[in-house]
Design a protein around this ligand. Sequence first.
Ligand code: 0O2
Length: 205
Amino acid sequence: MTESIYGEYGDRLFDVLNDIKTRFKEIDDRYFEDRGEHKIEHISARIKSEESMRDKCIRKGLPPTTESALGILSDAVGVRVVFSYVDSIYEMIEEIRKFPDCRIIREKDYIRHAKPNGYRSYHLILELTEPFPDCMGNERGKYLVEVQLRTIAMDSWASLEHQLKYKKDIKNEELIVSELKRCADELAACDVSMQTIKDLIDGNL
Ligand code: 0O2
């Protein structure tokens, strides 16, 4: 049997995943206690499969080792937090900045700066300090986590586009790409309208 690319740290990744999920859930619970409504629509989280991680190392020209998977690549642990409204994403980012034992390593705002294909999401790479060792020899381990923050509309577009990307022998590819872009822009316009409706209901406008 091939040894795990995550070495002896595979189980620890689940602890990291629970840590980050709990942090988001606690914020949402506090918000619910104060306001009687949830900020987060749902959270999905995953550990990247061994096979995908090995493929990614090779694609990036890295040796498929634990050090590459956990010390260089940053998406062994991934969490996607889905919100009903765009403003909640930016409010959550301010909460993330206050997380203890957490450093923001990288941020990409694909909401204000959508990708050319229409993809929208806010991405962060966090470095969490945990009470257990890591593969770099730190007693208080440093683990990278990829966080994607999106609205429901952005999430539904991304999952459909992801499915289509892997379909083979697509005819009319150019048309499909431009139709997907049109849908993404229409959904973004809906997100703006939904935010306005929410602000009107809350008496903020
Ligand atoms: P999976 O299966 O979701 O994990 P990287 O590609 O990670 O080396 P990069 O380019 O800095 O580095 O990453 P970026 O742009 O922050 O995006 C990484 C992840 O965002 C992707 O992970 C997707 O989940 C999502 N993503 C980015 N662009 C698109 C897009 O155009 N369409 C969709 N549907 N998702 C996107 P993976 O590893 O590709 O896949």
